[in-house]
Design a protein around this ligand. Structure first.
Ligand SMILES: [Ca+2]
Length: 136
């Protein structure tokens, strides 16, 4: 038999998963302000930065996968990586082009683009990379 506290714990865990891990957004520069790269980007910003859909949840995108590989830490290597292979480093896309951001501190600049969605989305390379990105 499942206890009432187990049910509450599961429901809370699902809620956090669907919301795109708000705490994780504090672990990258400008994590709360990542631009929505979709053509109809009236919903802004992209809260599920490490996920294939704007609100988070589900399978991680390429940036989210690299985030896990970096032990959820903004390392120099993770900052310098180009997770979505669009020619721009993760740091550049998130407003930390020199990879100097420290958690809790101000980023060097504003976020430029999304580090987990290859842009421009209509380029031949990006269409292949963005197969699982959901613009809804
Ligand atoms: Ca990139």
């Amino acid at each position: 038999m499942i206890s009432q506290s187990t049910v509450v714990l599961v429901i809370c865990s699902l809620g956090s998963f669907v919301l795109g891990h708000p705490g994780f957004m504090d672990l990258i520069p400008n994590g709360h302000m990542v631009p929505n790269p979709c053509p109809n980007n009236s919903s802004y910003p992209w809260h599920g930065v490490g996920h294939n859909n704007r609100t988070g949840g589900g399978i991680a995108n390429v940036f989210g996968a690299d985030f896990l590989t970096a032990n959820m830490t903004w390392t120099k290597a993770f900052c310098m990586a180009d997770s979505d292979i669009d020619g721009k480093t993760n740091g550049f896309e998130l407003g930390d082009p020199d990879c100097k951001w420290v958690q809790g501190g101000p980023p060097a600049g504003k976020p430029f683009s999304h580090p987990g969605v290859c842009e421009p989305m209509t380029s031949k390379t990006c269409i292949a990379v963005n197969l699982n990105i959901r613009c809804i």
